[in-house]
Design a protein around this ligand. Structure first.
Ligand code: AP5
Ligand code: MG
Ligand code: ZN
Length: 214
């Protein structure tokens, strides 16, 4: 199963990817997570990416395409993958088609999660992430059992640098301008599976499962 998770910031891509990893035992490949890891480690990639990410803008296409071209060749991705947050522009989607053709593979499903803007702002301003395992929580919608501590790995919870209202609004604008054209791109390829993202995470997941198997 080669799957793309498409949706605006806060739609629940990361949340649904975790369910999918558990069910299908294929890796979640999140360009956002890879870039944040590089920023944390202070690598040249991280130094290049940080300014774009803090402003809520996209990191240049050539950078993220290079990351994905390498990542999809790793062993754990050979049985399938869940792309979370890639592609985000038409040139990225076209590059992905080329990479997959070289590898003799093909995207099976593009799961597009839809949520309205005000709900996205509520979700992102209240989000807390785990430093250990990357799981995301929400102070109101999905609070951890102990404040500030991850339920799964007991890691420390933190707020992402780009989860402030001003940057969130910029990320939403960038999504609408640069990423939403991918909806028509994948509809044209017959791969788009549209999911209503304003229900509970387990309800959304069971909808994804039935849509992909139906
Ligand atoms: P990235 O890390 O991909 O961030 P994003 O797209 O803005 O999406 P988020 O991770 O914020 O949201 P999500 O959909 O994963 O939601 P989550 O499940 O956490 O990218 C960050 C930056 O990196 C970009 O701005 C860009 O600079 C750069 N970048 C990354 N990829 C790039 C690319 N391909 N090209 C160029 N630049 C790139 O859920 C959100 C919150 O809501 C959580 O608190 C969660 O608990 C809660 N929640 C989840 N589901 C529900 C529900 N059903 N009901 C209620 N609450 C819910
Ligand atoms: Mg995410
Ligand atoms: Zn954790």
């Amino acid at each position: 199963m080669d799957i793309i998770l498409l949706g605006p910031p806060g739609a629940g891509k990361g949340t649904q990817a975790k369910f999918m990893v558990d069910k299908w035992e294929i890796p979640q490949i999140s360009t956002g997570d890879i870039l944040r890891g590089a920023v944390r480690d202070g690598t040249p990639l991280g130094l290049e990416a940080k300014g774009f990410m803090d402003r809520g803008e996209l990191v240049p296409d050539r950078v993220v395409i290079g990351i994905i071209a390498e990542r999809l060749r790793e062993d754990d991705a050979q049985r399938g993958f869940i792309l979370d947050g890639f592609p985000r522009t038409i040139p990225q989607a076209e590059a992905l088609e080329e990479i997959l053709t070289e590898l003799g593979r093909n995207i099976d499903h593009v799961v597009s999660i839809d949520v309205d803007d005000e709900e996205l702002v509520r979700r992102l301003t209240g989000r807390r992430m785990c430093k250990g395992c990357g799981e995301s929580f929400h102070m109101v919608f999905n609070p951890p059992r102990t404040e500030g501590v991850c339920d799964s790995c007991r890691g420390e919870l933190y707020q992402r640098d780009d989860d402030n209202e001003e940057t969130i609004r910029q990320r939403l604008k960038v999504y609408n301008d640069q990423t939403s054209p991918l909806i028509d791109f994948y509809r044209g390829l017959g791969k788009l599976r549209e999911i209503n993202g304003t229900r509970t995470p387990p309800e959304i997941f069971s909808d994804i499962v039935s849509t992909l198997s139906g």
